[in-house]
Ligand binder design. Structure first.
Ligand code: SAH
Length: 349
């Protein structure tokens, strides 16, 4: 395990095995998770020979900033290279209440949602807890301000990398580290029901987002292959259980695609299926991805859809589209960079 993925207890145990005193573990842990350094040489309160030993025996496996793009609305997009030369990206958005980082959990994705750029080129590998943390640490170092919120809505399906994502959350909320409140974390899933059940059993106070995007199996299975395994009714039952047991409001993501999922009938069907659930619906005009045939719904359509939901008592917001001029939607920047590198895996059909 790389040092950035280890809890303080794990670092302490690993140091003990290497005959390094326990107080050094705390020092190193704080340098990594509070001061966000990227090399042992910056840990100025460690003796030089210890720094050399640690450099050799406990190498860093974080993210190297490859490229940062700034959108006209201030949204930042980071492209990182990992130790094995894979690419991941994260998006940093500035809101009134502070900075939010959209973190990737995997390189590529297995889920195959037809509107999403992350799936092009297929799945490469899971990210380690340290690689997820470092996306936030690099962003925080870059903007020079504390990151206040995390959304696990970047590339990848967090439920398919469950243990690493849980470790990431526990490191993130550790009082010896950056110490963010778990309430400021959102985890987004395309609807892996066993993952939702496992998360429910953990009783975490995070926000669960579910990428619903359609009110019925016919439409949803056409755009999200995962729906063939876990259909809308099964998914919504799991969401109801989750909301009632954790008392946390579920956030449904609904990307508005012209003539696909944006009719009045869709809105009415959605409203009836969500009735009585502790939930909120986020309507987002879909970001156009060159590999997908879907186009965003018109503003009028989105407003009408929103009115129908709100009129039925469903809490609804239309989300601002941030960063569309820098390809800020899932997987888009990575896709572009892979193409520039000439990686044949990323060629799309
Ligand atoms: N795998 C997880 C998290 C990553 S995707 C999930 O599916 O929830 C984050 C969100 O962006 C999801 O709601 C996803 O459906 C949505 N998304 C992907 N591509 C998009 C696009 N081109 N335009 C708008 N939303 C998109």
């Amino acid at each position: 395990m790389d040092i950035l993925s280890m809890s303080l207890d794990e670092v302490t145990a690993a140091f003990k095995e290497n005959s390094i005193q326990a107080f050094r573990a705390k020092q190193v842990y704080e340098w990594l998770h509070k001061h966000l350094v990227q090399s042992y040489d910056e840990m100025t309160n460690l003796p030089k020979d210890l720094r050399a030993k640690l450099t050799a025996d406990f190498p860093f496996e974080g993210c190297k900033v490859e490229k940062v793009q700034t959108a006209s609305d201030g949204t930042l997009k980071f492209l990182y290279t990992l130790k094995d030369d894979e690419l991941v990206e994260s998006v940093v958005m500035k809101y009134k209440y502070g900075y939010t980082v959209c973190v990737s959990s995997q390189v590529g994705c297995k889920m195959g949602c037809r509107f999403c750029a992350s799936t092009v080129g297929g799945f490469r590998r899971n990210l380690t807890p340290g690689e997820m943390l470092d996306q936030v640490y690099r962003a925080q170092s870059y903007v020079g301000e504390r990151i206040s919120h995390i959304v696990l809505m970047g590339m990848g399906e967090p439920m398919n990398n469950f243990d690493n994502v849980m470790k990431f959350i526990s490191l993130f909320t550790d009082e010896n580290g950056i110490n963010l409140s778990v309430r400021n974390i959102s985890l987004s899933t395309c609807g892996i029901v066993p993952g939702i059940e496992k998360l429910r059993e953990k009783h975490l106070q995070l926000t669960l987002s579910v990428s619903l995007h359609a009110p019925n199996d016919k439409i949803r299975s056409g755009i999200m292959p995962v729906n063939k395994k876990y259909g809308v009714d099964e998914l919504l039952s799991a969401c109801r259980r989750y909301a009632s047991e954790t008392s946390r409001r579920i956030s449904f993501e609904y990307s508005m695609m012209k003539d696909v999922n944006d009719s009045d009938e869709c809105a009415k069907e959605l409203a009836s299926k969500l009735k009585g659930m502790l939930c909120h619906v986020n309507l987002i005009p879909i970001n156009e991805v060159e590999t997908s045939p879907f186009r965003p719904s018109t503003q009028e359509r989105i407003s009408r859809f929103s009115e129908i939901l709100s009129g039925s008592g469903i809490s609804t917001t239309v989300r601002r589209k941030l960063g569309s001029d820098i390809d800020a939607s899932c997987g888009q920047l990575r896709l572009k960079s892979i193409r520039e590198r000439g990686n044949p895996d990323a060629s799309c059909s």
